[in-house]
Design a protein around this ligand. Structure first.
Ligand code: 5GP
Length: 347
C-alpha cells in the first residue's frame, strides 16, 4: 500500500483569480478554438464542448442544435445502423462522434455504417480505460480508420493518457467517478478529483501533441471555465445538458391552471439499473450498477443553456484577460478555497 500526499483538486476546491487586462468587454473575446488532430493532421474549429454519449443527451437532435454553436455531440451507442447511416449523410453530422465500446458487435456495426456513410470522428468509450484490451482496441481502430479523429477513454492519469495517444487516440477522455449520475466512487472507492485529473492528463497529452477532453463533474458554467483553465482542450457533459427538448427520455407533466405543462425529465447513468434494464435485460450477476437515476427540471430548448455556458466562459476570459480561448490555461491562476467552499455549500 502507498499513499500519495499531494493535494488533488475538484472544481469546487478552486476559484480563478482575476487579472489586470486591457480587455473592455466580453464581446471582444473569442470562444472558438482550432485544433489539429495529431494522428490525422485534420483541423477542427469550433466551441470545444461535447454532449456525452448517454442515451438521454447524446442524441441526433442535440447534435443538430449544438452544431449551431460550433459544439459537438458523442452520439449514444443505441441507435440502429440504419438511423446512423442516414444521420451521417447529413451535413449537421460534421461535429458528431460515432461512439462504441470494445465488443466485436460494436466494431462490426461501425464498419457497416462506415461503408455506407463515412465516419470522421470516433469515440471509443469504456468505464475503465486501463486495460490492455482497451489499448489494443485503440490500436486496431486507428489501423482500420487512419483518417478518423479518435477520442478514447476514460482514464485519469498521465501515464495512461500517453499510452492511449501512442496507441492512436487524438483526444483522451479524462474522468473516472465525477459524473453527476455516477456512483463509481461510492461503489468501488476508485476515482480521482476531476480538476487535478485534467491538469495532469493535459500536461501528459500536450507533450505528445495530443488533446484531452475533461469528461464529467461540470455543474455550472464556472466549472467549464475552470476545466479550460486547467488545460482541458474539450469538455464533455451530461447533466448540464439534460432536461432539454433535444433530449430523448421520459417527460413528467403536471396540471397547472387546467393545462398540462412539462416539469421534469428523467436522466440516468449508462451503467445504472435503468440503462441496464433498458438495453441488457437487467444487471448482470457479476457486476453492480455504477450509475443512478434522477429527475432533472425540464428546461426547454438547449439554446438557452448553451448561451449561458458560452456567456460564462466569455466572462471568465474577460476577468483574466484572455482574448482567445487557447490563452485561458496560460492566464489562469487557481486559488485553493476548498475548505471555505465546503463550508458554504455544506459538502
Ligand atoms: P456529468 O456531466 O453528468 O457530470 O457526467 C457525464 C459523464 O458521466 C459521462 O460522459 C460518462 O463519462 C459518465 N457516466 C455516465 N453514466 C455513467 C454511469 O452510469 N456510471 C459512471 N461511473 N459514469 C457514468
Amino acid at each position: 500500500m502507498r499513499i500519495e500526499n499531494d493535494p488533488k483538486l475538484d472544481f469546487r476546491d478552486v476559484l480563478i483569480r482575476p487579472k489586470r487586462s486591457t480587455l473592455g468587454s466580453r464581446a471582444h473575446v473569442d470562444v472558438e478554438r482550432s485544433f489539429r488532430f495529431p494522428h490525422t493532421g485534420a483541423e477542427w474549429k469550433g466551441f470545444p464542448l461535447i454532449a456525452a454519449n448517454m442515451d438521454v443527451v447524446g442524441t441526433m437532435a442535440m447534435a443538430r442544435a449544438l452544431r449551431k454553436h460550433g459544439a459537438m455531440v458523442a452520439l449514444h451507442k443505441h441507435y440502429d445502423a440504419e438511423a446512423l447511416i442516414a444521420f451521417f449523410r447529413e451535413p449537421e453530422s460534421a461535429n458528431a462522434f460515432y461512439s462504441l465500446g470494445t465488443t466485436e458487435a460494436d466494431h462490426d456495426k461501425l464498419k457497416a455504417v462506415h461503408a455506407q456513410s463515412p465516419i470522421s470522428k470516433i469515440c471509443l468509450d469504456v468505464a475503465n480505460g486501463y486495460t490492455e484490451k482497451f489499448v489494443d482496441t485503440v490500436k486496431a481502430t486507428r489501423a482500420a480508420f487512419p483518417d478518423a479523429a479518435i477520442m478514447a477513454g476514460n482514464v485519469v492519469t498521465g501515464d495512461m493518457t500517453e499510452a492511449l495517444i501512442l496507441a492512436g487516440a487524438d483526444i483522451v477522455k479524462v474522468g473516472i467517478g465525477p459524473g453527476s449520475v455516477c456512483t463509481t466512487r461510492k461503489m468501488t472507492g476508485v476515482g480521482y478529483p476531476q480538476l487535478s485529473a485534467i491538469i495532469e492528463c493535459a500536461d501528459a497529452a500536450h507533450g505528445l501533441k495530443g488533446l484531452v477532453c475533461g469528461d464529467g463533474g461540470l455543474t455550472v458554467p464556472g466549472d467549464v471555465a475552470k476545466a479550460y483553465g486547467g488545460g482541458a482542450d474539450f469538455v464533455m457533459m451530461g447533466g448540464m445538458l439534460a432536461g432539454h427538448d433535444e433530449c430523448e427520455g421520459e417527460i413528467r407533466y403536471e396540471e397547472r391552471d387546467g393545462e398540462k405543462v412539462p416539469v421534469a425529465m428523467v436522466f440516468y447513468g449508462m451503467s445504472s439499473d435503468t440503462a441496464m434494464h433498458k438495453y441488457s435485460g437487467g444487471v448482470a450477476k457479476y457486476r453492480a450498477s455504477e450509475g443512478k437515476t434522477v429527475e432533472v427540471p425540464y428546461r426547454g430548448p438547449v439554446e438557452g443553456t448553451m448561451q449561458e455556458i458560452m456567456g460564462g466562459v466569455r466572462s471568465a476570459m474577460t476577468y483574466i484577460g484572455a482574448v482567445y480561448l487557447k490563452e485561458m490555461s496560460k492566464r489562469t491562476t487557481f486559488i485553493m478555497v476548498g475548505a471555505q467552499l465546503n463550508t458554504v455549500f455544506g459538502n
